[in-house]
Design a binder for this molecule. Sequence first.
Ligand SMILES: CC(C)(COP(=O)(O)OP(=O)(O)OC[C@H]1O[C@@H](n2cnc3c(N)ncnc32)[C@H](O)[C@@H]1OP(=O)(O)O)[C@@H](O)C(=O)NCCC(=O)NCCS
Length: 179
Amino acid sequence: MSDVIYLAEGDRVALRYLCLQDFEELTALHRESADLLARWMPGPPIVTYAAFEAYLARFDEPVHEGFLICRRDTGAIVGRVNVNNIVRGTHQCGTIGYSAFASTTGRGYLTEGLRLLVGHAFGEMGLHRLEANIQPHNQPSINLIKRVGFQREGFSPNFQYIDGAWRDHERWAITVEMT
Ligand SMILES: CC(C)(COP(=O)(O)OP(=O)(O)OC[C@H]1O[C@@H](n2cnc3c(N)ncnc32)[C@H](O)[C@@H]1OP(=O)(O)O)[C@@H](O)C(=O)NCCC(=O)NCCS
């Protein structure tokens, strides 16, 4: 994409909004990553145009924002991160959901990308707190969120329905004061 507008840029990756033109690249990544995503992410991987449109429509609501993490040198998508369930007023908080892909995980892209996301959320978006809910055995995700500066706050039994069962999650969070 030549006319891409980045919201934040790091050494290797940059953050931008997800858009309709990302359909082919993103669904190819979802296809190659079906096994990786199924165990940890809610819902089926997005591999059809209808599913992609429905997913994008979610971000028409002001309570959800959808971002991509892209390599700065090639523009290739290496991860995605959403800020969901944004509550304004006296909370100014949101819950993040994120993933890398089979061909992009284990390279540090998500660490850099989530740091950019936290900066954007606490800057441009005016949020004060971000939360992440992670299954206790998802060690790569726990390692990642710790590196980004989140702290473990608690344990939520049967928190979310993923891969055919209600899964326990750990609740991790970061506030502006912790950055
Ligand atoms: C969870 C998930 C996003 C973690 O992604 P990740 O690829 O481990 O995170 P990063 O891109 O920051 O990569 C970090 C890893 O790359 C390694 N790495 C390799 N080259 C690197 C480089 N040049 N710079 C930094 N780190 C590098 C790091 O050592 C680190 O590995 P470690 O945690 O074993 O020490 C990914 O596993 C995933 O998408 N899982 C499926 C979906 C999911 O679980 N989502 C979260 C639900 S809560």
